[in-house]
Design a protein around this ligand. Structure first.
Ligand code: HEC
Ligand code: HEC
Length: 510
């Protein structure tokens, strides 16, 4: 169980002195205001910001990568040419007007149409299924403190350099060398995902290469993507300008593209202009609302939040099991065969989080502590997007197991799957056909299977490491108010990042 710390404490003398000071400086009106909204202990704690402010040195290239690289990365981020069927870009699931996410509990990737809650699966463009996890926000992912990527950290810097790339990833020895950092290593992966960007075997050359596990090398998926870029005039000059080792178009590789995308993400989604940042920089608590100040004291004090949501970005970058509910198709773990018996589909439906990376039983159902920067903008919340209000996900933490038991999956408002396709045939004659509408019920049942099965729910509950904490209703409201002080107003709508055109000429808007 987590140990809770109480980092603040000041003597009574200091309090009296502080009070006198306020009187002289701001007069009786301010004093009354402060006393009526903020308790003396809160005020004393606030004199000393709990964490250091964010600075340029926290980021790669001291926060100033080459602008040519950033601009190239921006175009690639919005260009559907990186997807097998040229129908989805990174921005579809990480949209700058949607808190760098897609506003959905679980993303709808390749084959879907539209953006955000409008994104639907249409019968004419079938989709294999939902992406099993909530699209992570991209705020601050360019900070050096991010030593791993994804909810389960399966892309990690590897100081032992086991593979030539210097990273531990699902591609293991196939990942090429030359990636700038873990964020660039991450960008190598969405393009390989059948559900996210690649599409399905037989539909395009990239999906087929992935299905045959050909990632690296002359006929690997990354090379096939680079070939697409090498023939687009608008990209060739930009790659040459951004990279000293690109002299001719043949020199362009997907590693260059990933490095450029990472440089863009790091700059575009750095978001340290929040009221909280102002407070960290000036030490002046009046940057925060009175409720925000009370919430901050709880967050760094008796509510114990900073045990895991530590540091200036509110994450220790570690993995914890906190009994977050699961909806959706899962990542294919667990040994439950109940769904198989009920539906005839052999899927395993649980998402065991970090356990699938380390195989350490202590990591079962553990997920990386998310940063809470801009958390107000990044819902739905939780690794499967189960909570649709910020207040509910905060309440979950106060008694995780009870919250799991009381959770209603209908509240997640998963958009219905209009069409799904199922695999048929074998090997090279694998074909995809629209699911028989009579099977649709089985796919819907899959979305709530883990949560509805008491034995599976008990496994999640049994792994929980977060002890309950008792807070009053007004304290919960204060915590939520504090979380809102972490919002950089510039992040509310960064539509200005969306390019009018991309070099491939493919449409940018969905
Ligand atoms: C179909 C939706 C979809 C698309 C398209 C997509 N992503 Fe994601 N992204 C996700 C999901 C879902 C996760 C979390 C996956 C997991 O944990 O297994 C994620 C995670 C990430 C992360 C990890 C953030 C962190 O905090 O660890 C980064 C970075 C990222 N995506 C960048 C990109 C880039 C760059 C592209 C384009 C090359 C892209 N994504 C395309 C849905 C998408
Ligand atoms: C034991 C470590 C731990 C403690 C203590 C903790 N959290 Fe969390 N928190 C997590 C983890 C891990 C997740 C993600 C879990 C998941 O998705 O499965 C999370 C998720 C969240 C989210 C959702 C963020 C998102 O992007 O989905 C919010 C909001 C949050 N925590 C706030 C709080 C608050 C407020 C407190 C104090 C009352 C707190 N947390 C205490 C570990 C912790």
């Amino acid at each position: 169980m987590m140990r809770r710390r109480y980092p603040f404490g000041r003597s009574g003398d200091d309090l009296v002195a502080a009070r006198l000071c306020y009187t002289f400086l701001f007069g009786t009106v301010v004093l009354l205001l402060v006393l009526s909204f903020v308790s003396p202990s809160t005020r004393a704690a606030l004199d000393r910001p709990p964490v250091a402010p964010v600075v340029d040195e926290d980021f790669y290239n001291d926060g100033k990568p080459d602008p040519a690289k950033v601009e190239l990365g921006r175009l690639l981020f919005f260009d559907k040419v990186l997807s097998g069927n040229r129908n989805i870009s990174c921005a579809t699931c990480h949209h700058p007007a949607l808190g760098t996410g897609d506003a959905l509990p679980l993303s709808i990737g390749e084959g879907g149409k539209g953006l955000g809650r409008e994104r639907m699966v249409r019968a004419q463009s079938p989709v294999l299924g939902r992406v099993p996890r909530n699209a992570q926000p991209l705020y601050f992912v360019g900070a050096k403190s991010y030593i791993s990527m994804f909810h389960d950290g399966r892309v990690e810097a590897d100081s032992e350099r086991t593979f030539k790339s210097g990273f531990w990833t699902p591609a293991r020895e196939q990942l090429p060398a030359g990636l700038d950092n873990v964020l660039a290593a991450q960008a190598m992966f969405p393009v390989l995902s059948e559900l996210e960007m690649a599409g399905h075997k037989g539909e395009n050359e990239i999906a087929t290469a992935v299905a045959l596990d050909k990632l690296d090398g002359p006929d690997g998926a990354w090379e096939l993507l680079a070939r697409r870029l090498r023939v687009i005039p608008g990209y060739i000059d930009r790659f040459k300008a951004a990279f000293a080792d690109v002299e001719r178009r043949e020199d362009i590789t997907f590693v260059h593209a990933a490095n450029a995308i990472a440089a863009f993400e790091a700059v575009a989604f750095r978001a340290d202009g929040s009221p909280f940042d102002r407070y960290l920089r000036t030490g002046d608590p009046s940057a925060l609302s009175p409720a925000g100040q009370r919430g901050l004291t709880l967050f760094y004090g008796k509510a114990g939040c900073s045990d895991c949501h530590a540091g200036p970005l509110q994450t220790d970058q570690k993995f914890h099991a906190i009994a977050m509910p699961q909806i959706g198709p899962g990542k294919g773990h667990g040994d439950d065969t109940g769904y198989w018996r009920a539906s005839g589909f052999t899927d395993r439906l649980e998402d065991e989080g970090r356990h699938r990376v380390t195989f350490d039983p202590a990591d079962r159902f553990a997920f990386r502590t998310p940063s809470l920067r801009n958390v107000e903008l990044t819902g739905p919340w939780g690794h499967a997007g189960t909570y649709s209000t910020l207040e509910d996900v905060v309440r979950h933490h106060l008694d995780p197991v009870a919250a799991l038991e009381g959770y209603d999956p209908v509240s997640a408002a998963l958009p219905p799957l209009g069409a799904v396709i199922e695999k048929g045939g074998e090997g090279s004659s694998l074909v995809f056909a629209s699911v028989n509408p009579r099977r649709m019920g089985d796919f819907m049942r899959r979305d709530i299977w883990v949560h509805e099965a008491s034995a599976l729910r008990a496994r999640i509950a049994g792994s929980n490491k977060l002890a309950p904490v008792s807070l009053s209703e007004s304290e919960i409201a204060d915590l939520v108010a504090f979380l809102k002080t972490l919002t950089d107003p510039r992040s509310r709508d960064q539509r200005n990042l969306v390019p009018a055109h991309v070099p491939s000429g493919l449409p940018v808007a969905d």
